[in-house]
Design a protein around this ligand. Structure first.
Ligand code: FES
Length: 71
């Protein structure tokens, strides 16, 4: 059975993606990715976009949004 895709916005860091997924660029070309968990940059400063390279920590990226609880 395939694991559902899970995306977690890490505090002051990337989006952590796990489960079953394919990452494509704007032309539809798939990025080569043979891992079941990746980190996608959301600070915009990674030199390896779309993947996080840890630069967010060096540039002081700040993001601690919280999901609105569902009623
Ligand atoms: S979130 Fe890690 S380098 Fe951008």
């Amino acid at each position: 059975m395939t694991e559902p895709t899970k995306i977690t916005a890490l505090d002051n860091g990337p989006f952590l993606v796990s489960g079953s997924f394919v990452i494509r660029d704007g032309t539809g070309q798939a990025y080569r990715c043979d891992r079941s968990q990746i980190a996608l940059c959301r600070c915009g400063r990674s030199s390896g976009n779309p993947f996080c390279d840890g630069t967010h920590a060096k540039v002081g990226f700040s993001a601690t949004e919280r999901a609105v609880p569902q009623a």
